[in-house]
Write a protein that binds this ligand. Structure first.
Ligand code: SF4
Length: 944
């Protein structure tokens, strides 16, 4: 690399890149022809020539950059390496990035559209045409729209892999049909952030932090973990201290300066104890809090007779949190009180350079998990480290979603299958409850798409999903949009193969660090063929078999729903460059790059490129900070043009224009503030109080459903953590990556030696883990890496198929018998584990592992948190040695018990259906696909 001129070691946008460290990465000027010797020809020196085309990894949400090495002799991708010009990943990937090569060359992948030829779930399939599939769905969807059944079209997504595209499609159709996986993932964690600041994810600036606190396994497997892991290590190398709260000695915890193996669910108690120490020892940032916390509202509402001063507010906080002594927190969590005090002081001293993050983990496991992220953000607020260098920003400050051309108006429909009256504050759709709502006759789904989503396997109570998906009255037509077989696709009417990471277009941006960037996923074979003169009109022409990409599928489907434009849909899918003609996918992105990304046209022009060609060349772009600042955006002055005609509320200092809040006066300055009702950070949430949860008006500590008081270790009861990931696997998409399965092919139950002795098991023994609704059988792994009283099992193994060669890949799935016995109990038993087999890939005959891991989610009932709606994953279980008739990976589920547990959790909700204002949900709260304000009014929308 030393012979590359210095200026080439920086991205074209000026960001210093780590190209200098990557001796093997050729500079972009040579990407049209990179020579490498053929490793397999060694010791002969046989030259291979490659063209390098960037794309974006699709194996997790981090959206890291990849470089496809296309062999110029064969025209096939030979390998994927990191793209050093990608601002998030900077050329470094985890194991899953390069394993994309396994996925695209997987011999078991689906290459042609399939239609069921028997009953749903019977496993009989025939090849169909894309035309037939598109016409079938277009007819069904058009009828639903024309007959005003616009809550009967549902798009249910696991990993979107794009920013904004589908929201535009659903908006154009005028349906309220966006459903997601988020309430099995992050909706509680998001809620805790949202209620504070109106934005629902954190974005820590780890690289510049002095102290980092993580509640999850971020170096290893957390959210955006590879880009963030790099920066956590950078921060540590510059002297930052790292503390990790995790009951499991994760790889991250093993790298930390402080490991706090808290009892799951006690995290908020520890965080509030830290907050109290920071307050007591006056380590808080008084000026920041005085200006940006809504303390005046809190004092005026809750303590009108007290002096309405900031100083009195601080005294009230100390009173409020008086019981949260280090000793109390130590008693709840099991973490040493002295460590809690030490960390609290270090956080206080780090001040504005305190970075913190939680994702999934405690927030996803516990009843009231949202109080954990809320208590963590409280520490960021106390230290004034919100959106500072080295602090933690709300994610929208570090993410950039460019606007497409012609955005549809929001729909006036509200779908109560997604946001039912019991959950007015749910942070995302109540996705896990869909099978029960359908069973109860709350509605039906006329056309259902699952995309990168496998609810039968991923969601709790998967057998309820099997029952819903096989019921043609409840779900009339279902297409699984997926590159590979999965357990849910088995029950669909159509299986439509969609492209993998290097076979599709998407635009992505993630809050990986203190900057804003976009990444361009592109079909590399299409780009390569076009560059070399092949006439490619659609991506499927360059993909293997008849693999489409979703973007083109939705354009095509929308034209067929509204062929003459009379429904007002077609216009959104017409070219912005060729009026009245069908939009091409290149035109869609070309328009965005030319019009919506600040600085990109100029950067492209400097190289003599169009913005589209620039993005095709580099695959990513960082928005210059002068065009998109990232720090302390709450302090930004309200734009002068907006102030014309604006009014200031004399009580609250909130600035409004035409009834819309646009800012707040702070020390005489009109600032944009935060998108909350007070435009400030809401320590006190009037929303919580008004919507039935007064005890949640301020950050607090909710006893989880798995609080130690509910679990008796001496009598065989344990707390099961089922949420942790291995760094090498993904929920359902890694099953066709042979390298990843070779690395990780077991998910034993972690048990502390003390507990193992009590139970009477050793490593490798079979144990039966009994849940509320059934059990599973797995092997024990006895380790001090888990705290006593808690057991843990990672969540991405135990894939199954009902046939050989179809259903899921054979690298990691077992052929099973699955069905209901005469007592109505679902049972699964493995018929055949992993075996070597003959195929086009010689590696299939080299498979050395035999077990598949064990699926556990089927044995969990739903636990919807009554506030956030999040499924609370942690389970109270009993663990015992396996019974004589038990076999590895046996599963048993009682659906009647599962339904009872669902009803018990529903009984905890507080529906707000009698409100005078008729609102279904606070107007200020976000929704992933947001209908018009009129749809928020129940009085205007009869419930179907
Ligand atoms: S962290 Fe790994 S799986 Fe996720 S996008 Fe980056 S390389 Fe891909």
């Amino acid at each position: 690399m030393s012979d590359i001129p210095l200026q080439q070691q920086f991205a074209p946008n000026g960001e210093p890149m780590v190209v200098r460290d990557l001796a093997s990465c050729p500079p972009p000027e040579s990407w049209h022809d990179v020579m490498e010797y053929d490793a397999k020809a060694w010791p002969r020196k046989v030259e291979r020539h490659y063209e390098l085309i960037p794309t974006i990894c699709f194996n997790c949400e981090a959206a890291c950059g990849l470089l496809a090495y296309i062999d110029k002799e064969t025209g096939r991708v030979k390998k994927f390496e990191g793209n050093p010009y990608h601002p998030g990943s900077r050329g470094r990937n985890c194991a899953k990035g390069p394993a994309t090569i396994n996925q695209i060359h997987d011999h078991d992948r689906i290459l042609y559209p399939m239609k069921r030829a028997g009953k749903r779930g019977e496993g009989k399939w025939e090849r169909t045409t894309w035309d037939e599939a598109l016409n079938t769905f277009a007819t069904k969807i058009r009828a639903a729209i024309v007959e005003d059944r616009r809550d009967e079209v549902m798009y249910h997504v696991g990993r979107p892999g794009h920013d904004g595209y589908m929201e535009r499609v659903l908006g154009a159709w005028g349906v309220d049909g966006h459903n997601s996986h988020t309430n099995v993932c992050s909706s509680s964690g998001r809620f805790g952030y949202h209620i504070w600041c109106g934005m629902d994810r954190p974005s820590p600036d780890h690289a510049n932090a002095r102290f980092i606190l993580l509640i999850s396994a971020h170096l290893e497997t957390g959210h955006y973990f590879n880009p963030q892991a790099q920066r956590i290590m950078e921060g540590k190398m510059k002297g930052a201290k790292l503390a990790v709260m995790d009951p499991r000695l994760s790889n991250t915890a093993s790298m930390a300066d402080y490991w706090m193996p808290t009892w799951p669910g006690s995290e908020a108690a520890v965080l509030l104890a830290m907050a109290r120490i920071i307050l007591q020892e006056k380590l808080y940032n008084a000026e920041y809090m005085r200006r940006w916390v809504n303390w005046q509202e809190y004092m005026a509402t809750e303590y009108p007779d007290e002096a309405q001063t900031f100083e009195r507010f601080i005294e009230m906080l100390l009173n409020l949190y008086a019981e949260y002594t280090p000793e109390f927190a130590a008693g709840e969590s099991g973490v040493d009180a002295a460590m809690i005090v030490d960390i609290a002081r270090q956080i206080g001293h780090a001040g504005t350079a305190f970075a913190a993050h939680t994702w999934r983990a405690a927030t996803a496991g516990n009843l009231g998990g949202w109080q954990v992220s809320r208590a963590l953000w409280f520490l960021s607020v106390l230290t004034g480290s919100v959106g500072t260098p080295g602090g933690t920003a709300p994610y929208t400050w570090n993410k950039f979603v460019p606007a497409p051309f012609l955005k549809p108006s929001p729909t006036d429909v509200w779908n109560e299958l997604l946001f039912p009256p019991e959950y007015p504050l749910a942070n995302y759709e109540m996705s896990i409850l869909l099978p029960y709502f359908l069973k109860e006759g709350r509605g039906k789904v006329a056309a259902y798409f699952t995309r990168v989503y496998n609810p039968v396997w991923t969601n709790p109570d998967g057998t309820a999903w099997i029952e819903a998906l096989t019921n043609e009255q409840q779900i009339e037509l279902h297409a699984a949009l997926t590159p590979t077989w999965n357990e849910t696709a088995w029950y669909a009417d159509y299986v439509l193969p969609m492209g993998l990471a290097s076979e599709r277009h998407d635009l992505m941006s993630q809050e990986t660090h203190a900057a804003r960037w976009i990444g361009f996923r592109q079909p590399v074979h299409r780009v390569y063929k076009k560059r070399h003169g092949e006439p490619i009109e659609f991506t499927y022409q360059a993909n293997p078999g008849e693999v489409w990409e979703e973007d083109e599928f939705w354009i095509e489907l929308s034209w067929r729903i509204d062929p003459d434009g009379s429904l007002g849909i077609r216009k959104y899918f017409e070219s912005p460059y060729r009026p009245g003609e069908k939009l091409t996918i290149e035109e869609y992105y070309r328009w965005i790059f030319e019009n919506s990304v600040p600085g990109l046209p100029e950067a492209a022009a400097k190289e003599g490129l169009t913005p589209l060609v620039y993005m095709q060349k580099y695959g990513a772009f960082t928005i210059p900070e002068d065009k998109a600042p990232v720090f302390q955006l709450n302090e930004q002055p309200v734009k002068l043009e907006l102030l014309q005609g604006a009014v200031v509320d004399s009580q609250t200092d909130v600035i409004s224009r035409d009834g819309v809040k646009i800012g707040v006066m702070v020390d005489g300055k009109a600032c944009e503030g935060f998108p909350t009702p007070s435009r400030k950070l809401e320590f006190y949430s009037a929303t919580m109080k008004e919507w039935g949860w007064p005890e949640g008006a301020v950050p607090g500590y909710t006893h989880s459903h798995v609080h130690p008081a509910n679990i008796d270790n001496e009598h065989g009861e344990y707390l099961l953590i089922p949420t942790f990931r291995l760094p090498t696997l993904i929920h359902t998409r890694s099953h066709n990556a042979k390298w990843l399965n070779e690395i990780s092919n077991a998910n034993p139950v972690w048990i502390h030696p003390v507990d193992a002795q009590r139970i009477g098991v050793q490593t490798g023994d079979l144990v039966r883990v009994n849940t509320e609704i059934g059990y599973y059988v797995n092997r024990a792994w006895v380790t001090e890496g888990i705290r006593p009283g808690v057991v843990a099992c990672s969540h991405h193994m135990g894939r199954w198929r009902l046939e050989t060669g179809r259903g899921t890949d054979r690298w990691n799935s077992a052929k099973v018998a699955l069905g209901k016995d005469q007592d109505g109990i679902w049972r699964m038993r493995q018929l055949e584990g992993v075996r070597p087999y003959a195929s086009k890939d010689p590696d299939t005959e080299r498979i050395f592992w035999r077990e598949t891991g064990v699926h556990q989610n089927l044995t969990f009932p739903v636990h919807p948190d009554p506030v956030s709606g999040m499924h609370c994953w942690h389970q109270k279980v009993t663990v015992e040695p396996a019974q004589p008739t038990d076999r590895y990976a046996d599963i048993s589920v009682d659906p009647a018990k599962a339904y009872l547990v669902y009803k018990q959790w529903m009984a905890m909700t507080r529906p707000q259906t009698e409100r005078a204002d008729g609102l279904r949900r606070p107007l200020w709260m976000i929704r992933p696909y947001r209908p018009a304000a009129s749809a928020f009014k129940r009085t205007l929308q009869p419930t179907r």
